[in-house]
Design a protein around this ligand. Sequence first.
Ligand SMILES: [Mn+2]
Length: 480
Amino acid sequence: MCVFDFDQDLYVGATVVRPGQDPYARNKFNQVESDKLRMDRAVPDTRHDHCRHKQWKSDLPASSVVITFHNEARSALLRTVVSVLKKSPSHLVKEIILVDDYSDNSEDGALLGKIEKVRVLRNDRREGLMRSRVRGADAATAPVLTFLDSHCECNDHWLEPLLERVAEDKTRVVSPIIDVINMDNFQYVGASADLKGGTVFLTGIWCFKWDYMTLYQRRARQSKPIQGVLFVMDKDYFDLLGKYDMMMDVWGGEKPCLEIIPCSRVGHVFRKQHPYTFPGGSGTVFARNTRRAAEVWMDEFKNFYYAAVPSARNVPYGNIQSRMEMKKRLGCKPFKWYLENVYPELRVPDHQDIAFGALQQGGNCLDTLGHFADGVVGVYECHNAGGNQEWALTKDKSVKHMDLCLTVVDRTAGSLIKLQACRENDSRQKWEQIESNSKLRHVGSNLCLDSRSARTGGLTVEVCSPSLNQQWKFTLNLQS
Ligand SMILES: [Mn+2]
């Protein structure tokens, strides 16, 4: 059946939220708002201007789109499928493989099987995201695989630039810029706050960024990993990399190199709480996967991972011998090489650093707010993308962002802290962590870093007290 003949009202209507029911209960996003939308609703073209004039090759390899889901809201799943069909040149989508990971209602997936190009596979027990994706990949018949989350909406010409890159170089794993679909009102908003660092837009290459983000993010907000919302790769290359572990790594936040293609945009419903659950609990699975990834790929840098996630040391990670052999067989470069050549702008802690990363207070982080020398500092919602929220406490007691240091210009309680060029032996720039690394005290004045005036002026120093405004935690304490 042509996708536009599909009876949306019948399909979605069977699972609507009843009056009195919590619209967030089932999906952790507002299902009522999702259900209201037409399956082929228009979304704004969020691409950069220069993308709109580009001509994409038409002789590209076709792709099998693999969408895995478990108890997904029907309206969201349907929009995902429809947007793939509507926004892709027909000859480039060979099939859409829906892998139903044992949803409560098998009809969620089965009914969609009537739509053109859609094939439905159903697991007979919960397998989790990774094995489900591998199952879909094994069933795929096109030369290129596209893995897609089940609550996405593809934007204009999303597929061509991705396929073009993979056609050029089969060892590429590529991804679009992920736009945000608001989980409360389902507005299609634009690029994710996590990308605020901006480097993605300029370079298009984002290797190891996810490792970095998840590495810090995990400790920073105890959150689930950033999932591979969408990525595209050559099927043979996928098989070569040893599917299962590869998938684990991708999901766990680790991959050899993922390239962002800025002219490709896909919207995704970001949720604060990921409802996708795993046998044994996602925390355990995730810890195991990331520890495996760290052990296989990160060489001596794995120590930063353990510093960020001390409890990971106690997580059994199984046998990694075959992974190490694969790494050798493929001639992978050491992690240090990637850091220096592929992602030189990533700052990793150096031997001068005592603490590193974001300086957190609840969900907020110390932020330069884009200011430079003589500017004040404030707090902003933590985005875990480094940038203006990246700080280090060094052995010579400075709190640094690049070559700017937190400076106490006036040693009286209530005075604003300024960013100034770091100077050796300037007592106005000396700080230490006190009370189990939970506060930052200015050494010369014995006053503490405080956020009480963050909204009205900026961060200040105040008489040290048990106030929550003075609780700060670095992502990574290397000497604790
Ligand atoms: Mn998702």
